[in-house]
Ligand binder design. Structure first.
Ligand code: SAM
Length: 276
């Protein structure tokens, strides 16, 4: 029996006009749609007058449903994966299923469309020829610290996704690792009525959100570092770095170690700088 095909169908990230003809036709033609949130996808399908069987397929059941979905494909059913918004597999379910399909010689076909980070990047004003997409930063402090530590000297544009209620916390972390002067663009509510691009330094972004509520969805874009500053010793930034780490609840000894690593200094020199 001929195997089915898995289609990864991009859906709009806010503006329903951003769906493609091909996406609509694919959703009409497949046997079943795997949806991250069936209620949200039902609204989308109703809007385009598509009636189709839906199966719930989200991050925490992707593993559990895998065998069942592979059986359907091996039985010749054509399936589409859609997420709540944007491109499946990009900080959304899909990746594991694609890998499993490749292993079982099941054809996977992308149906292109909206993807928030691409729209944010092209309007950021930063380098679009070389960039690094990091998705959501790890939630735990250690994981975040390790990730940001690796990114601090990155010369390519850095792209992050962030939930609105964590944006302030993330901006504080960005200041610690990239410095308050680094330029960022916050691409807010892309394709929606209140779409805007906030372009400022990390320090100005922090001040802005001290006075303005954080509303809507954001892509965070950070300009890559222009020069290798790893050998520069800026006494004031040693102190700033130390203060921010202590504020995060990291103990003094550990904080000194991190500062020393970051500034490529000896711990005794960090200590001397702090005494100045
Ligand atoms: N798969 C999606 C894509 O293709 O962009 C991303 C899904 S991820 C779970 C959700 C995150 O994407 C949000 O927290 C936000 O950072 C970003 N995002 C999604 N839609 C957006 C929009 N309209 N404006 C700005 N950011 C958006």
């Amino acid at each position: 029996m001929e195997k089915g095909i898995l289609y990864l169908v991009a859906t709009p990230i806010g503006n329903l006009d951003d769906i493609t003809y091909r996406a609509i036709n694919t959703l009409k033609e497949v046997d079943i749609i795997l949806a991250e949130d069936t209620r949200k996808t039902l609204k989308l399908l109703n809007h385009f007058e598509i009636s189709k069987k839906l199966i719930s397929f989200y991050r925490h059941n992707e593993g559990i449903k895998l065998d069942y979905v592979l059986d359907l494909l091996n039985d010749g059913k054509n399936l589409a994966v859609v997420s709540d918004a944007g491109t499946p597999g990009i900080s959304d379910p899909g990746e594991d299923l694609v890998r499993a399909c490749i292993e079982q010689n099941i054809k996977v076909i992308p149906i292109p469309g909206a993807c928030a980070f691409v729209q944010g990047l092209i309007c950021s004003g930063f380098d679009t020829t070389r960039f690094v997409f990091e998705g959501f930063l790890p939630m735990n402090k250690k994981g975040r610290r390790q990730r940001l530590e690796k990114l601090k000297d990155e010369t390519r544009t850095i792209i992050l996704y962030e939930a609105p209620h964590k944006l302030k916390y993330t901006l504080d972390d960005l200041k610690t690792y990239f410095g308050g002067d680094r330029n960022i663009t916050l691409a807010r509510e892309l394709t929606k009525i209140h779409e805007e691009f906030l372009r400022f330094s990390i320090d100005d972004a922090i001040s802005y959100f001290d006075e303005n509520d954080i509303k809507g969805e954001f892509v965070v874009l950070i300009e890559g570092t222009k020069e290798d500053v790893s050998n520069e010793i800026a006494p004031e930034s040693v102190k700033e770095l130390m203060d921010n780490l202590l504020k995060e609840g990291i103990d003094k000894k550990e904080a000194m170690k991190i500062v020393a690593e970051k500034k490529k200094m000896r711990k005794s020199d960090v200590y001397k700088e702090l005494l100045k």
